[in-house]
Design a protein around this ligand. Structure first.
Ligand SMILES: Nc1ncnc2c1ncn2[C@@H]1O[C@H](COP(=O)(O)OP(=O)(O)OP(=O)(O)O)[C@@H](O)[C@H]1O
Ligand SMILES: [Mg+2]
Length: 299
């Protein structure tokens, strides 16, 4: 079960004390990865037995992790952090219910959710350091590192959301960015599959032109380079239109490596279309096109 599965399942069971204590641990983790029990009780303004009971419950639900060393302390797990962001989306009236998992990656889990109006949306939880996180769970000493992964994941979500808003405003084909909280982004739902999963395309050149048109608009108009573009980060829907996803590693157009990253994005796409569909395209010409140095593609 992924952390978001845990969060989605237990979220509805959480009461005021549970959420209050999760919030307190989160706030105090900025200073100290494992927050002492006494400090939690002090901020919660609750009697110690109630705090201990709640911490025990949160621990059993898999939302916090405890340390019994020089002192007894608690830190948030990803599932606990998930609950805080889900709570924020619910309170903001954005989400009513969670559904299926849409994608599990190395560094993100994507779920579908319903708004109170019944619209399906997607929620992406960033999970940086998930692999080392698993290893450090066994070694209790790495608390600071664990706390910092939550923070890094939040930065990744902020960065991705920012990029999506920039490019969306310039009509680049991306899911509509709806909201961001902590390490989670709520966005429009796409029905479709990654380009890599399509076995045949009626007109591959047309799909490639559409992707490149979007790469150009992102670069020339929004001044954004995706920087991780591949057949896995382009979704193609049933109408044969594309959407570009997964923007946390974007750079701005005047970043020192922007040209190199733009070229790499283009090369990734061209080599995929060459391999799978036998399309032979001149990469210098395509690069000139996406960089805004020529107006049309020659294929
Ligand atoms: N808005 C969306 N609507 C529907 N499905 C989505 C949406 N966004 C992402 N997905 C699904 O979730 C998968 C992972 O999303 P994304 O590429 O943004 O995360 P990731 O960071 O690549 O994860 P990884 O660690 O594997 O790289 C996508 O391949 C896609 O199947
Ligand atoms: Mg991806």
């Amino acid at each position: 079960m992924s952390s978001a599965d845990v969060a989605v399942e237990v979220f509805r069971k959480l009461g005021t004390d549970d959420l209050r204590i999760l919030h307190i641990i989160e706030a105090a983790m900025g200073k100290r990865a494992f927050v002492p029990k006494e400090q939690i009780a002090k901020y919660a303004k609750l009697p110690m037995d109630r705090v201990v009971f709640t911490l025990d419950r949160l621990n059993k639900l898999g939302l916090v992790y405890s340390m019994h060393g020089a002192y007894v302390g608690y830190t948030l797990n990803y599932a606990g952090y998930d609950c805080l962001s889900i709570n924020a989306f619910v309170k903001a009236g954005l989400i009513d219910a969670f559904g299926q998992i849409l994608g599990v990656g190395k560094e993100a889990d994507v779920y579908d959710a319903l708004t109170p109006m019944g619209t399906r949306i997607a929620v992406k939880f960033h999970r940086l350091g998930r692999i080392s996180f698993r290893q450090t769970r066994r070694k209790r000493g790495y608390a600071a590192e664990r706390a910092s992964w939550l923070f890094q994941s939040r930065l990744a979500a902020e960065k991705e959301f920012h990029a999506m808003k920039l490019v969306y405003a310039h009509c680049v084909a991306v899911p509509e960015p709806l909201s961001q909280n902590r390490h989670a982004i709520a966005m429009g739902m796409i029905e479709g599959a990654e380009l890599a999963r399509w076995r045949e395309l009626p007109d591959p050149a047309k799909v490639l032109r559409e992707i490149l048109g979007n790469v150009k608009r992102a670069y020339v108009e929004a001044r954004v380079v995706h920087a991780d573009l591949s057949e896995y980060n382009v979704i193609l829907n049933q109408d044969m239109h594309v959407l570009i996803i997964d923007w946390p590693q974007y750079v701005v157009a005047d970043h020192p490596n922007a040209q190199e990253l733009l070229r790499r994005d283009v090369e990734n796409l061209l080599s995929f279309f060459g391999r799978r569909y036998g399309l032979k395209v001149n990469s210098d010409e395509v690069h000139a096109y996406v960089a805004g140095k020529c107006v049309a593609l020659a294929f």
